[in-house]
Design a protein around this ligand. Structure first.
Ligand SMILES: N[C@@H](CCC[C@H](N)C(=O)O)C(=O)O
Length: 273
């Protein structure tokens, strides 16, 4: 089976084609190929499927084998893959995902895609749709207890569930303890991604994400959109924000919907036996 290893800001993926529709990978196979010592190594797997309603369809699996709705860094790589491989030779490209149709706008240099802007859609604030087990309509400025301390958080969906926690000092915050605690908290029936956000000024933020089903990653596209959406809602930032993530930078713009712009990189190709 042929595969392609790609990344967006160090959030890395294995891309596999299934245009004939005869491929099926089980959870164990996904976990095995994502393993960084015994496999290829990646935060997730993307399958290229044909679509009846769109230019192409992306299926996304976390490195723990769970299939989830959407991946922001992944969809930029996915758009690059299908364009560079002549599978969909048009610009923009509409991609079907479990979180709806996403339009991707390609920046092309020497016939290859180098950067992608994605219309990420509208953030979902309703508690039931995130989902979070909460009697309030929205989950803004909620509290959760951790080791006798109360942690302030807000929750939102970008098609997938996100918690946003604002911190003063990202470098010294116990992300590796609080991330998995909230990811698996009973408040979140589908688990959740957890974003730790430091506001630098009203146009610049830093974000580190503990991802559902993948742990600490170098970048999370949906998580950065979720962080900017909540930060703007709370009046911390304007509508155009530069986000600095451990793996690089994303530009997030709030218009009628949220736009995310960033790089997409092909690393290598190979064959899985
Ligand atoms: N890294 C991704 C998000 C991947 C899915 C996420 N772990 C989830 O379970 O929802 C991104 O760039 O958005």
């Amino acid at each position: 089976m042929n595969f392609c290893k790609m990344h967006g800001l160090g959030n890395d993926f294995i891309v596999i084609e299934n245009l004939q529709g005869n491929l099926s990978l089980d959870k164990f196979q996904i976990v095995s190929i994502c393993d960084r010592r015994y496999g290829i190594g990646a935060d997730g797997v993307m399958i290229v499927n044909s679509s009846e309603t769109c230019d192409i369809k992306m299926s996304f699996f976390n490195s723990d084998g769970s299939e989830v709705e959407m991946c922001g860094n992944g969809i930029r790589c996915f758009a690059k893959y299908v364009y560079d491989k002549d599978i969909v030779k048009k610009n923009p490209i509409d991609i079907e995902t479990l979180a709806g149709i996403k339009t991707t706008f390609l920046e092309i240099q020497n016939s290859k895609v180098i950067k992608v802007q994605v219309d990420m859609g509208t953030p979902i604030f309703e508690s039931q749709k995130i989902p979070i087990d909460n009697s309030k309509e929205r989950a803004i400025d909620e509290k959760v207890e951790f080791n006798d301390h109360l942690i302030d958080f807000s929750a939102i969906s970008m098609g997938n569930p996100h918690v946003v926690i604002f911190v003063d000092d990202l470098d010294n915050y116990p992300i590796k303890k609080i991330g998995p605690f909230i990811e698996n908290h009973s408040l979140f029936p589908k688990k959740t991604n957890v974003n730790f956000v430091q506001i630098i000024d009203n146009e610049n933020i830093r974000v580190v994400t503990w991802e559902r089903g993948a742990g600490l990653t170098l970048a999370c596209g949906t998580g950065t959109c979720a962080s900017v959406a909540i930060a703007n809602y709370k009046g911390f930032v304007k509508k155009k924000v530069n986000a600095s993530l451990p793996g690089g930078n994303l530009l997030i713009e709030i218009k009628d919907t949220i736009y995310m712009t960033g790089e997409a990189v092909t690393v290598f190709e190979g064959i899985i036996e």
